[in-house]
Design a protein around this ligand. Structure first.
Ligand SMILES: [Zn+2]
Ligand SMILES: [Zn+2]
Length: 77
């Protein structure tokens, strides 16, 4: 199955598993469907989007993810 779904759905009976019971791990888990009692495997597929990096201001200690921009505190005085 190449198609990714935004919900965990049983491939046999199309029973939708609620979010809090879904497998959000990127490792396959064997599931027995609550409704039809058949087994299937599910894993979450995540796409790498990049790194988010935060740095701590040397002046005020504030953390910012604002890339190379200077912290606000440097404008204040
Ligand atoms: Zn089912
Ligand atoms: Zn600062």
């Amino acid at each position: 199955m190449d198609e990714l779904l935004d919900e965990q759905v049983c491939p046999y009976c199309e029973h939708v598993v609620e979010d809090h019971q879904s497998n959000w791990e990127d490792e396959e888990e064997e599931i027995t469907c609550d409704r039809c009692d058949k087994e299937y495997t599910v894993k979450a597929v995540y796409q790498f989007k990049g790194f988010q990096i935060e740095k701590q201001c040397e002046q005020c200690g504030e953390w910012t993810d604002d890339g190379m921009a200077l912290c606000d505190c440097e404008d204040k005085d």
